[in-house]
Design a protein around this ligand. Sequence first.
Ligand SMILES: Nc1ncnc2c1ncn2[C@@H]1O[C@H](COP(=O)(O)OP(=O)(O)OP(=O)(O)O)[C@@H](O)[C@H]1O
Length: 607
Amino acid sequence: MVELTKAQQDVLATDGYQLVTGGPGSGKTTVSILKAAKIAREALRPEQRILFLSFARATVSRVLEAMDEESRISRDEKRRIEVDTYHAFFWRILKTHGYLVGFPRRLAILTPPNEAIALSAVRSGYKANSKLSDAEKAEKKAREEAERNRLAKEEGRVCFDLFADRVATLLHGSAKVRTLISTMYPFIILDEFQDTSADQWRVVQALGANSTLIALADPEQRIFDFIGADPERLDHFRAAFHPSEHDLAGDNHRSKGTEIALFGNDVLSGKFRQSNYSGIAFQGFKSNQNQAFASLVGHVLQARKRLIDSGKPNWSLAILVPTKKMTRLVSDVLREPFGQVPAIGHTAAVDMDGPILAAEIVAFLLQQGRHAGHFDEFLDLLCSYYHGRGGAAPTAGDLTEAARLNAALGKWNQCLAVGKAPPKNSVLNATAAVYATALDVGLTGDPDRDWAAIRAALEAGGCARLRAIAGDVRNVRLLERGTQLRQGLTQDWRDTGGYLNALAITRQSFVQEHFATAHKPETGVVVMNMHKAKGKQFDEVIIFEGWPRRAKGKVVANFDRIVRENIAAGPMMQARQNFRVSVTRAKLRTTILTPEDDPCVLLTASG
Ligand SMILES: Nc1ncnc2c1ncn2[C@@H]1O[C@H](COP(=O)(O)OP(=O)(O)OP(=O)(O)O)[C@@H](O)[C@H]1O
């Protein structure tokens, strides 16, 4: 049990609107849950709750875990603290009151991959974003917006992008709903307040009319500028609610006994006061694939050994990298390191759009339907995979591939319609052969085995597209982790003697998964994009970035760097903040791996 600092005690002792600020690991989360428990004890009526809102599910898990570990909070108090994401909270409001902003009564969530599919028709009419003029970009954005609105209003399919704006409009327009929510939640805690977007801020303004708000913020940890977080946001809060202010700034409890937090602050200012910082290790690596990854694997093995030897249960080691592509590359390397090094067990936080759509294909094959048009439905899913796997930025290659498959299917069906064999040179021949094999796989009623059997059929077949899909689906952990999909499939087998509803069950479980917050924070070795590390903590962190490619002594490409192309430009505040967030996730040690011939400019350039 931690002993609270004076500033933390002040937070507990003060009533009314509050703004609690402090650096990484200064104890904002810790004090806020104690505050919530105190409110539950002293200020709530029996039916009322405290709402704790956060941006990411990962943070929600961490808050829940912190509450579990805090012996000062009773069971009853815990029950009365609702920890949720903005998304999930907004969705609850829209489902009940969405008709007030013109939505139909029955609403469904349009998940990101399905949103990407729905918008691909609009997007396929444009070149890549980098090649568009400003006017074209604006036009594309407006058309996407119009389509999102149409899908919501006419079809009741609502994508996440609309949530905050519609909830804000709804709350500002309805005093009744505002009162309803504030009666239920007279106190609301807002985590990571510095990242609040303009639409979310409008929601907060409406909620704050009748509920007491407690905002937790670290102005220097603002990493969501690209979605419209505003540096002035804390001032907006001050002006609107005149909160009492509590600054936990100087304290650093996460990495006590190290100089990790000090180093984090120096990253921010660009002025390094020391040549060594305890808890921070630097290592340069040679700028080529083999040596770069060999260096990474070496450090991962050493760190893992240190943690295992320490005897700490549930240790965690995060490898943080600048891009999605690098997340995949590192994960591949750990799965199959070189030479005699055995695979390094890990989880990788990869983008889920592709894997989810790949899982839909496996689920569809599990249905083993044989009706007319079944192959067409299969190809429809395959095209959806290409339309959706790139998320908001589908590649031209993927869109072309989908169009090619569609055209080939047209020809294929024309032949069949007149009793002819499909064209011998059709791009669909290999696909159709593997499809037929998958339909003949003997199923057992054990969802794990059957899922794996279909995946194996795709992996072993002669169709490169389906092989890639089988690879992608490996990133989906639903069957291992959640019971939802497994239970659904088991029930389906019982009810129908097959998996006749596998596709619907799989889709449903992904929606549920999106809102599930019960997961434990990651343990073991995890690989993720630096952005995703926000709000988390690990025992050790390794930061690893890309390296320059040279031709005739000149740098010709410099991908996957912490700073774009590793070129110093201006004060680089956003990059510094991101880097500081990553560096300060560690409790014990952060190791920074950077190319020795072109080290990260944030470590060398002064701001
Ligand atoms: N007064 C304290 N004394 C000792 N340890 C503390 C104290 N307050 C918090 N801690 C511990 O320090 C660690 C970091 O605290 P916490 O997660 O509350 O910080 P935070 O400000 O929310 O961090 P971040 O903004 O980086 O996510 C936790 O492991 C917590 O248990």
